[in-house]
Design a protein. Sequence first.
Length: 572
Amino acid sequence: MGGDNGIQRLRIPGSVTVPVDRRSQGGRMGAVNRSRAERQRQARILRYWRAVEYFSPPKVDPVNPRKNLFAVGPDRPLPREPGSAVSRAGSRPGLVWQHTVYAGIFAVDKVRDVLLRAFRVPESEQDFDGRIGGDSAMLCFTVNQDGLLIKDSVTLSSCAWAIGQTLNPGPHSDQWLTGFDEDSTQLLQRLLDLGDGRIEVDRRSVAGSASPQSGLGPVAGLMSRLVFSAATGGLGAVTGAVGAGPGPVAGVPAAKVIEQVGGDLIDSATARFTDRTPGDSATSGQPPGSGEVREADRRAAEPAGPPPEVGTKVLDVYDLAAITRWVAEQLGHAEVLQPNAIRVKSHQVAARHADEAGGDVFLNSFYADDLERVAGVLEAGQAGTALLDYLRAEADLDAMNRFDVRRLPEIVLESVQPSSMPLGRWPTDADKPLVLSRQFAVNRILESLGEGDGRGLYAVNGPPGTGKTTLLRDLIAALVVQWAERLADLKRPEDAFVRKRRTWRTEETAGKTYPRTIHPLVPELTGFEIVIASSNNGIDPWRSPHVRATAEHSRPHRTGPHAHHPPPLSPL
């Protein structure tokens, strides 16, 4: 092998000599490495946003009996129990009570304190003016009017989990904020088991318990704990459930739990099974091993099908305190967050929905899962043009294609010529067109993104009241008209749909004869979809009066005495 000027000749046995340009090969490898590094940089940005979502928990309202939000304690009945204000008030006809339990209340500012210590932020850089107050919850679930757990309602706080991960393994670990779904599933399974009566509770008051050396003290004024009996895995499951239950959540935090409660917990479980030895059945007089056989027979005799919607055990205050303690100790943040309070929010629902989760309890971010999904897409090199444009590094921006329209007004004038105007316009007064800058933005968006394979991002920025929503209306109208043009080219209405139908089943259609079926639109009619997103959950841009205003609110167009207005537009 020899070469000169960077060109090397590689002789392959039994073949000719092949010239290899090591310079170009190295350039390609460098480009590949740069591309991979750029994808990883972009994915890290998404995961930073995900971390921000994790550590920004929704707040739980303070106790307010007038709003049916009550504190839980040993000296007062739960809202569903006789003697409570809710039970005395009764329910309206056709309605029943549900009770949402917020277990493990903690102060949100403690999250900030944990992060400041974990990242070793100098005191000079700490922004105390930006401190956020209020409370959040570690765990949330709903029980029906009978106190039975509604299984679809159980939710673990991703913030509480993330705080445990910040304490161990820490933010510098590759496993820092990974595995929430898996850990959550395993932790919440204990709550489901409790709701079905498969886990016993050591019912202790503060008076009957020794003061804890560390960890979590009384929860809702009680020292009750979960006890994992032989029926749920034997005495070995006591330490197994506490120490190695939910995989990555265990480890060091779980070891602390064993150190704190191991003696009391095992003694309590042992006292319940002092007459049993490994291999003995739960009932005296039965042959060894018969308990396992009968358990297998019982499970085989259970009807197949989906699990019941609600648990079988009525949950009381001792149960609520015990599951709260167990989850806090498993997550490893009992000492720093002190999530030792429980609140219950009572509300009425239609009787036909008595055993259904309401879906209106928000304990976690809407976006965290999506941000992780997008980060994975970025790493795989499968992200769309718009996202890549948004995350593009500043050094990669093409400054040659940027123009200051204030210094070059001719660019604006060229883009608002009559030939550049869209055929559609929002139905409003004819004598109130868009101002120059808005019309320029609409035309450029349609020119750069609305033709052919146009993809990417076009940013419109401005303070409140400068007409961004008004601009959006004309953009929507232009797309609707473009779509109408495609529809007008069809010979028959059925030509709008592909012949091959798509079918799928949901929980509602499972076991039924006919599944859900649609015929998708042909590709020529797609690409005009519109999504109007808001930066928070409290504002729906489509409900804005500026967007919903239609021609019925406008003066007649001055195009003749017989001009007619179109009917009001329906919400998208």
